[in-house]
Ligand binder design. Structure first.
Ligand SMILES: Cc1cc2nc3c(=O)[nH]c(=O)nc-3n(C[C@H](O)[C@H](O)[C@H](O)COP(=O)(O)OP(=O)(O)OC[C@H]3O[C@@H](n4cnc5c(N)ncnc54)[C@H](O)[C@@H]3O)c2cc1C
Length: 586
């Protein structure tokens, strides 16, 4: 065995101990219990897992309270989903930004909004009803302070009044969203800074996370990239404080001692097929293009590590309710990663993993969508699930059942139809394809060639006849061959609807355009999983709670890996990072 650099970086044990240990066990973690390793490689007061919204804030807060902090990040880059995000940040409760624009908010109003049981979506789903009151109270009380914290750490927001542009379930009473401006920071989507004309006005997660990561480094947080946390060590298997974590770096196991606390901020569970199916059995493998991928995963590693030492899950209803953006209609087609607000361009450091930018659909009249057996299943112009925002319920009487008066079931729901499946006994709906022709390409001004579409990966196909197109659709998630007669019949029938000006199957308005001019295309258009709204049980201090309702000493969690809170996105994650960081050092 060779003595490499890592062998001489050990805390306490030294080279000899390292050699002895390594010889006895090439993979130390595999031979030790959750109760801890025989030797620690690194140590810090606070070990934070995940460099996204929650983890980065927690790490800065802890470091500024004079704790030593190690921040582990599984990816070779920082930022998580937060840096991929739209940077629309619904932090309210009386922030300086709200005050500047004359919006009068308060923690009590935030709490009232996010716990109003009476609010329901057009489909009847109640998006605040299952929020844990203790967790929302803590959020409401720390929301404004978190806003001031990020502003004080370099985040610049677009100079305009708060609005509701990109939120989800952010409360009916007031506009709360501010928007992070990218300024001169490079965009991870392109590798280059934004156009100077837009730097102060566009909204992007780059504008939120680039300054926060820089701030973390400036204050002395030690960030270990490509270090994936694998397990949490606890004094006894299901009792006592947590004492450290194991992480994997380039195939080796590193054990890191946490003297005071561990903060799990791993960002949720949408990309772990087995885990996500605990909430919704339909979410099988074909939902392979989660939003935020391939920049980072949401593989439930925080939840799984916490559960392995006794943690409970919490607020699971929030992850099964049909509201918000947990599952979304794709916005781009012909590539694996089709989330509506995120595109990867050559120049991005993850473009080799993304493989294609995708074709952005401006008008769903330009395509039809078909399932694996070549049949249309819905009006393609239909929307995804909705989410409650400021004034969505209008008039609004806080806490009154009268708010539900007048809501109508919104049947224009693309997602349930896409996920209904083909009646072959499988759980997932299977691959969904957008079918279009050369005329659609011209109308949309698409260039359906690499790097815009992913022919090699099997997420886009092209042929001169519909018959050929159906035969060509062979890929991992197309679990049955598409009968070409079906696709031919579907296209022919749709074209008659265009002639007649009436979609007799699904009432698509118009429909406007025939699919007739070769070449023909099939572009991947399968629903996209977006965010997680259930995870580990936490209390008001973001302490993780076990299956007996007991606090697990030293273990904290925030963001999408924590449960009990159905608010989409950044505000929840940033604020819980703030709360967790403060309490972890306390
Ligand atoms: C495309 C997109 C657009 C969005 N737009 C908005 C928006 O405009 N407004 C809004 O409010 N929300 C938005 N969101 C949601 C928001 O970005 C997330 O809710 C938020 O980032 C969650 O924060 P988090 O800290 O929990 O997770 P993340 O920000 O995802 O961070 C988690 C980090 O943990 C790392 N990690 C995971 N497992 C491990 C492990 N085992 N070891 C070490 N590291 C690990 C991940 O690699 C990642 O870096 C958007 C999300 C996406 C993907």
């Amino acid at each position: 065995m060779s003595v490499n650099r890592r062998n001489v970086l050990l805390v306490g044990g030294g080279v000899a101990a390292s050699l002895a240990f390594s010889l006895a066990s090439p993979n130390p973690a595999s031979s030790q219990s959750m109760a801890g390793p025989t030797r620690w490689d690194r140590e810090a007061d606070i070990v934070v897992i995940g460099s996204g919204a929650a983890g980065t804030v927690a790490a800065i807060v802890a470091k500024e309270s004079n704790a030593s902090v190690i921040l582990l990040e599984a990816q070779p880059h920082t930022g998580g989903h937060a840096i991929c995000s739209g940077g629309n940040i619904p932090l309210g409760g009386g922030t300086s930004v709200q005050k500047k624009w004359g919006v009068q908010d308060s923690p009590d109003l935030v709490f009232q909004d996010l716990t109003d049981w009476s609010i329901v979506e057009p489909n009847g789903a109640a998006d605040y009803r299952y929020n844990d009151r203790e967790i929302i109270r803590a959020f409401a009380d720390n929301c404004a302070a978190t806003c001031e914290f990020i502003l004080a750490h370099g985040v610049v927001v677009v100079d305009k009044a708060p609005d509701i542009r990109g939120g989800g379930s952010v409360g009916n009473s007031l506009p709360r969203e501010m928007h992070a401006a990218p300024m001169d920071w490079p965009l991870i989507q392109t590798g280059k800074p934004a156009d100077p004309a837009n730097r102060k006005t566009m909204s992007t997660g780059n504008g939120l996370m680039q300054p926060l990561i820089a701030a973390a480094r400036n204050v002395g947080v030690e960030i270990l990239l490509s270090h994936k946390m694998k397990s949490v060590y606890r004094e006894q298997p299901n009792a006592g404080p947590v004492i450290g974590v194991s992480a994997e770096n380039e195939g080796r196991t590193i054990n890191i001692r946490a003297h005071k606390a561990i903060v799990l901020a791993t960002g949720g569970s949408t990309t772990n097929v087995n885990f996500r199916r605990m909430f919704d059995p339909r979410l099988t493998e074909e939902y392979c293009g989660a939003a935020g991928m391939p920049w980072s995963e949401q593989d439930a590693s925080g939840e799984i590590a916490g559960m392995a030492v006794g943690a409970a899950l919490w607020g699971l209803a929030n992850n099964t309710g049909e509201f918000g953006s947990k599952i979304t209609k794709p916005g781009t087609i012909g590539c694996q990663y089709g989330y509506v607000n995120l595109r990867w361009f050559p120049g991005s450091e993850v473009f080799d993993r993304a493989r294609a930018t995708g074709l952005k659909v401006q008008n769903w009249q330009d395509v039809i969508t078909v399932n694996m057996i070549g049949k249309r299943f819905y009006d393609e112009t239909g929307g995804p699930f909705s989410a409650n925002n400021y004034h969505d319920v209008n008039p609004y009487i806080p806490g009154s059942y009268l708010n539900a008066q007048g809501i109508r079931w919104n049947s224009q729901n693309y997602l349930n139809a896409a996920m209904a499946g083909i009646g072959d006994g499988h759980n997932g709906g299977g691959a969904i394809w957008a079918i279009f022709d050369a005329e659609a390409v011209a109308r949309e001004k698409w260039d359906p060639n690499p790097p815009n579409v992913d022919f090699d990966g099997g997420f886009c196909f092209k042929a001169d006849t519909i018959d050929d197109l159906a035969r060509k659709i062979v890929m991992k998630y197309q679990r049955v061959p598409m009968p070409s007669a079906n696709l031919e019949a579907t296209v022919a029938r749709y074209n008659t609807f265009v002639d007649r000006g009436r979609d007799e199957d699904f009432s698509k308005p118009g429909p406007l355009y025939k699919i007739a001019k070769p070449p023909f295309y099939a572009g991947w258009a399968t629903p996209v999983l977006h965010d997680t709204r259930a995870g580990l049980r936490i209390n008001a201090k973001c302490q993780v709670v076990d299956m007996n309702g007991e606090i697990m000493p030293g273990l904290y969690c925030g963001g999408e890996s924590a449960g009990g809170f159905s608010l989409h996105g950044l505000a929840r994650a940033l604020t819980q990072g703030y709360i967790a960081g403060k309490n972890a050092v306390a």
